[in-house]
Design a protein around this ligand. Structure first.
Ligand SMILES: *Cc1c(COP(=O)(O)O)cnc(C)c1O
Length: 391
C-alpha cells in the first residue's frame, strides 16, 4: 500500500482503500447536490450524507443531527471557539485553554483578544497533563468557554476530559474539546466525556483530507456561524457539502469503530517494542510526556548529546517528525515540549513517532536500528568535536 517507511500518523494518515472505494461513485455517477431535494440525484446524495453522518455519530456516541460538517478540525475549532465566544459575549468574555493546545486553538483564542475577550492559557505538569485544581482555580464568573484537547498531537498525552467536563459544565460554562488525535484511536463518548462541542477531522483517522466535523450538543450551546450563505448544516456552516469526502469520512469511521479495539492492542505492543528497543540501543533517552496517559500510537523521545539540526536529516528515511528547526520549518522549538519544561536543546533533539494501521513489526525494528545507528554516530562526532586538540 505504501513504498516509503512512514511513522508520522499524527500528521496525517493514508485513506483506507475501503473508504476510497466507498467514495468513488460519488465523484461521477452519483454526483448530486445533497441540498437538491427536488430530484433523485439530490436525494441520493442526501441519503449518502445522512448515512455517513450516522456512521460518524455512532463512533462518538452522538446522534447524527448533532454533527456539523466543516473543512477539517482547524475550521471546527474556529467555529467552536469564535462562535461560542460571540454567542455568549453578553454573559462573559473569559476563555480558558492550555498552553499545549494545537495552533488552531491557540491562534483562534489569540485572535479574540483584540475583540475584548480575555484568554487564560493554563500550564501543564511536567508529564503534560493539566492539574485539575489549577483549572478549577482559573474559572471565574466571567468564564464562558473552556477548550481542552483530548490527545496531544506531539506527545500523545490524554487529558482527563471526563473530569474536566464535569467540573466545567457544572458551572454552566461551555466545554469544547479538540479530539482530532483521539477519535478512532481510543474509545470516545461525548456523554461520558461531558463535552458540549467536539472537533475532529477525517484525515487523522484514515479518511480524506479537507473534511471534518464539529459535534454540537443540542440546545443551549449553539455557536454563531462563521460562514453564511445557503443555510446548510442547520445554518451553522453554509456551503455545498463535499459528498464524496463525507462518504469517505463515514466509511473511515465505521471501519475505525470495528477495528479500534484490536488495532489499539496491536499498536500498543508495537509502540512498547519501539520504546524497549530504543532504550536498549540509545543511552540517556528521555520520554516526553506521561507514558500511562497516552495514545497507543505515540512515542516522543529526546536524545541527549546530539544536535537537533543534524538529527532531522539523518532520520529522513524512516518518516518520523523531529523537533528541530530544519524539519518543522520554524526557528522555535516545540511549544508543547517547552511547556513540559524540556530544555530547548533537548526539544530540538526530539523525535515523534506516530504508528498506524499499516505499521509492521519490521518497520519498528528498522526504526530502532536506524535511530540507534544515527545517534551513536552523531554522539561520536560530537565527542570528537569536543575533544581537546592535541598538537
Ligand atoms: C491535525 C489537527 C488539527 C487540524 O486538523 P485539520 O483537519 O488539518 O485542519 C487540529 N487539532 C489537532 C489536535 C490536530 O492533530
Amino acid at each position: 500500500m505504501r513504498t516509503q517507511p512512514y511513522l508520522d500518523y499524527h500528521a496525517t494518515t493514508p485513506v483506507d482503500p475501503r473508504a476510497v472505494a466507498a467514495m468513488m461513485p460519488y465523484f461521477s455517477e452519483r454526483f448530486g447536490n445533497a441540498a437538491s431535494r427536488t430530484h433523485g440525484a439530490g436525494r441520493d446524495a442526501q441519503a449518502a450524507v445522512e448515512r455517513a453522518r450516522d456512521q460518524i455519530a455512532r463512533l462518538i456516541g452522538a446522534s447524527r443531527e448533532q454533527l456539523v460538517f466543516t473543512s477539517g478540525a482547524t475550521e471546527s475549532n474556529n467555529l467552536a471557539i469564535q462562535g461560542t465566544a460571540f454567542a455568549r459575549r453578553r454573559r462573559g468574555t473569559h476563555i480558558v485553554t492550555l498552553v499545549t493546545e494545537h495552533r488552531s486553538v491557540l491562534d483562534t483564542c489569540a485572535a479574540l483578544e483584540p475583540h475584548g475577550f480575555r484568554v487564560t492559557r493554563l500550564p501543564v505538569r511536567s508529564d503534560g497533563l493539566v492539574d485539575l485544581a489549577t483549572l478549577e482555580a482559573a474559572l471565574d464568573d466571567d468564564s464562558v468557554l473552556v477548550s481542552v484537547m483530548a490527545a496531544n498531537n506531539e506527545i500523545g498525552v490524554l487529558q482527563p476530559i471526563a473530569a474536566i467536563g464535569e467540573m466545567v459544565r457544572r458551572r454552566g460554562i461551555v466545554f469544547h474539546c479538540d479530539a482530532s488525535q483521539a477519535v478512532g484511536k481510543i474509545p470516545v463518548d461525548v456523554t461520558a466525556w461531558g463535552v458540549d462541542l467536539m472537533s475532529f477531522t477525517a484525515h487523522k483517522m484514515y479518511g480524506p483530507k479537507g473534511i471534518g466535523t464539529l459535534y454540537v450538543r443540542s440546545g443551549e450551546v449553539e455557536p454563531l456561524p462563521l460562514i453564511h450563505g445557503g443555510g446548510h448544516e442547520r445554518g451553522l456552516r453554509s456551503g455545498t457539502l463535499n459528498v464524496p469526502a463525507i462518504v469517505g469520512f463515514g466509511e473511515a469511521a465505521a471501519i475505525s469503530q470495528q477495528e479500534l479495539a484490536a488495532e489499539s492492542v496491536r499498536l500498543t505492543a508495537l509502540r512498547d517494542r519501539l520504546l524497549a528497543g530504543l532504550s536498549a540501543g540509545v543511552s540517556d533517552l528521555r520520554v516526553n510526556g506521561s507514558l500511562s496517559h497516552r495514545l497507543p500510537i505515540n512515542l516522543n523521545v529526546s536524545v541527549r548529546g546530539v544536535d537537533g539540526d543534524s538529527l532531522a536529516p539523518a532520520l529522513d528515511s524512516i518518516g518520523v517528525s523531529t523537533g528541530s528547526a530544519c524539519s518543522s520549518g520554524t526557528s522555535e522549538p516545540s511549544h508543547v515540549l517547552r511547556a513540559l519544561g524540556v530544555p530547548d536543546d533537548l526539544a530540538r533533539a526530539s523525535i515523534r513517532f506516530g504508528l498506524g494501521r499499516w505499521t509492521t513489526a519490521g518497520d519498528i525494528d528498522g526504526a530502532i536500528a536506524h535511530v540507534t545507528m544515527v545517534v551513536t554516530r552523531l554522539r561520536e562526532l560530537e565527542a570528537q568535536l569536543q575533544a581537546p586538540r592535541r598538537c
